[in-house]
Design a protein around this ligand. Structure first.
Ligand SMILES: Nc1ncnc2c1ncn2[C@@H]1O[C@H](COP(=O)(O)OP(=O)(O)OP(=O)(O)O)[C@@H](O)[C@H]1O
Ligand SMILES: [Mg+2]
Length: 138
């Protein structure tokens, strides 16, 4: 599966994120790839909305991992930017998240792609106006 979407504003990007949970089952990992400021956290905020969470989704740079309870189960949001390698997440409970979370969203975690079962990978790039999203699922 590969698809492309052009989202002109942050609001549209968030609204697109809101549509994602219905498409992916329990325990799916969504890897978000893109430069700083691309919109990874904005997309995650939409995903939280799609799970009917009213939590304020912020960048987890300092905590690395945020867990948001939602009516469907927890949303785990990881920012691996500060990790030398995202593989370190295996020693930080990633296995348990795969078993217990509704969705796991990881920023800066592309290197985990080969270790995961059917991850969704979202590449976000900046256009003159807005963002281009490419969605792939292995
Ligand atoms: N079309 C757009 N889609 C998404 N964000 C946009 C768009 N246009 C402007 N923005 C702005 O770009 C910024 C995206 O920030 P965000 O924190 O989501 O990025 P990020 O990829 O998570 O960055 P980081 O790698 O630093 O965590 C926001 O300030 C947002 O308002
Ligand atoms: Mg971010």
């Amino acid at each position: 599966m590969t698809e492309e979407h052009h989202l002109e504003t942050a609001e549209q990007l968030e609204a697109f994120g809101q549509t994602l949970p219905a498409r992916f089952g329990r325990g799916t990992v969504i890897l978000l790839v893109g430069e700083m400021g691309a919109g990874k956290t904005t997309l995650t905020r939409g995903i939280a909305r799609g799970l009917n969470s009213s939590a304020e989704v912020t960048s987890p740079t300092y905590n690395l991992v945020h867990e948001y309870p939602t009516p469907e189960g927890k949303l785990v949001h990881v920012d691996a930017y500060r990790l030398e390698r995202p593989q370190k997440l295996w020693r930080m409970g990633l296995d348990e998240f795969l078993d217990t979370a509704r969705l796991i969203v990881i920023e800066w975690g592309l290197e985990l792609r080969g270790d995961l079962e059917k991850p969704v990978v979202v590449f976000i790039s900046s256009l003159k106006k807005g963002r281009l999203l490419k969605l792939e699922q292995d």
